[in-house]
Design a protein around this ligand. Sequence first.
Ligand SMILES: Cc1ncc(COP(=O)(O)O)c(C=O)c1O
Length: 423
Amino acid sequence: MSLSAPIQTRRPSSPGTPPFEAAFSAGMRDLDGTALRDMLRLAQVPGIVNFGGGLPAPELFPMQQIAQASTRALEKYGWRAVQYSTTEGFLPLREWLAEHTHLASPVTPDHIQIMTGGQQSLDLIAKILIDPGDTLLVETPTYMGAVQSFRPYRPNFAAVPTDEQGIDMDALAALLRDLAAQGRTPKFIYTIPNFQNPTGRTLSLERRQLLLDLTEQYGVLVVEDDPYGQLRFSGESLPSLAALMLERTGDDTDQSHVIYCSSFSKTLAPGLRDAWVQAAAPIIDRLVLAKQGADMCSPTLNQMIVTELLPLLPSQIARLRESYAGRAERMLRALGRELPSGVTYTVPQGGMFLWLTLPEAVDTAAMLPRAVENGVAYMIGACFHALGGGHHTMRLCYSNAGLEQIDQGVAALAQTIQTELER
Ligand SMILES: Cc1ncc(COP(=O)(O)O)c(C=O)c1O
């Protein structure tokens, strides 16, 4: 398994530039986000329908309640709201999360670590777990931000195929068998079981149990990333891998090999940068050490604001579900009506994304400037492939566009694809 960056378009250095490239750590030299940056810049054209960025709907941020919660927190806690606080996080928030993260199996606050965004959870999990050369299993496709957090620690990625129901368990079993035959045990598998970023797919209950069986059998940790789980708008809610594992251990949290991550970014507002990890105490203890070296503590005031907002969460989540359900339905209808034959797409039951697969002949990276000319942007699928591939795929985000924009954007996209197929 080689470690290959999917996108390599470096800015050429000008003569006389200090030798920065040689100074960078080998892990950071392996990272290159230039293509992504260029793509985001391209999508900044005014008037364009941007299905590219994975942004929540700003008009649904509970602005008034955030302002009131902020005032209340400052009045209640005074200077404590802006003082350093414990690395583990604000205790009332951890107590609430301990009770509510897995309703059927509450944990103790000692098993909860507050993080500065789910992105920090991934970064610090990488920091405490990955040695250079470790094998990591990632879904194909997967969240590019996770790969970006893991790559500087110089792992070898092994790509696990997915289908409509998430990870292909036969392929995973075969991969684990092959690696074991080479004497290799992957350090962890990174998975997003609910409304995955980028595909919008959900791992079925049966496969959740199989994933736990296999990872237990081979001694592989599971990093379960679940920022979208609350945003289900159709179908039945499924228990998290962490909750299923707690059932198996008789609620003994320290016997669970699942590290569960979630965040308030998609349910309240991402700028609050408030997220958490639930895991066995030895993992949490190491994360505390890693976080001390990263930012000492998450912003105290933000943790207090989020705690004040907890009573609002059920109605806020209901609003989000209703709105995203409407947007997803509108996008699916438009895709069904407009897309040329040969293009397939996923049907999400929640979250913010769906995934298009085009005929092999179409390169979605090469097509993007022409789509932008036609008034629509998307995220190219290659970005989500840790080991390359996916050139004929793309991610569409429906949470950040109005209903009419969705119709307009999908029509522009369909026309761009049609022209591309006729080239
Ligand atoms: C799967 C996944 N994990 C983690 C994150 C990081 O989110 P945040 O840092 O805002 O909590 C994102 C953001 O889009 C995501 O899609």
